[in-house]
Write a protein that binds this ligand. Structure first.
Ligand code: GRF
Length: 205
């Protein structure tokens, strides 16, 4: 089966990206990471890409709306994965890639998500609220923020003595499993969006 051409969009350290690189190299996903694109030229995630011979592209935040879709089309990208990407995608791009953009978010959506909820802020809000579970969500991207159809979720316990660092580390372990699993199913054609829900098919139709 031909490998799906994937672009991973990043802004930070890229540990989620690394799990996708490893999975693709091991053949655990039927996909090829054709490019890693960042809105932060110092993102270590770009270095991770370079170490694996993957095209690493920096696009200034101000030029994203104009240049990102051009790069994706030039690279013949079939799946866009947001892995710690902090900029909001242009509506035109979301429309053009409807059903082909996957995001990982470090909470159980619809809790602690949406505008302003990213990275450590998500875990701080969960701790301040006093929740007993948090977790990670992998979902398709729609025109909202963290609001598209959910592919996978998995909960983790929250302990009284947790800090945002200890909670983030526990959630990140779940992220590192859920994201490659979701991307793998997409690359096998086994994810079907039905309204707000995502059906996981036994095999590709
Ligand atoms: C992760 O918590 C991810 O959920 C969030 O950004 C954080 C850093 O991810 N979106 P990474 O190490 O850069 O993949």
């Amino acid at each position: 089966m031909r490998k799906v051409r994937i672009a991973v969009l990043v802004s930070g350290g890229g540990t989620n990206l690394q799990t996708l690189i490893d999975a693709a190299e091991k053949g655990d996903i039927n996909g090829e990471i054709a490019a890693v694109i960042s809105d932060n030229e110092n993102a270590y995630a770009l270095e991770r890409a370079r170490k694996h011979g993957i095209k690493a592209i920096y696009i200034n935040r101000k030029q994203l709306a104009e240049r990102l879709i051009i790069e994706l089309q030039r690279l013949d990208i079939e799946l866009v994965v947001l892995a710690g990407f902090l900029s909001i995608l242009d509506r035109e791009l979301v429309k053009a890639y409807e059903g082909r953009i996957i995001n990982i978010h470090p909470s159980l959506i619809p809790s602690f998500c949406g505008k302003g909820f990213y990275g450590e802020r998500v875990h701080k809000a969960a701790l301040e609220y006093g929740v007993k579970v948090s977790g990670a969500t992998v979902h398709f991207v729609d025109e909202g923020t963290d609001s598209g159809p959910i592919i996978f979720q998995e909960a983790v316990p929250v302990y009284f003595e947790d800090t945002s660092e200890t909670l983030a580390a526990r959630v990140l372990q779940v992220e590192h499993r859920l994201l490659p699993a979701a991307v793998g199913l997409f690359c096998e054609g086994r994810l079907r969006i039905e309204g707000r829900k995502v059906k996981i098919l036994k095999e590709e139709v």
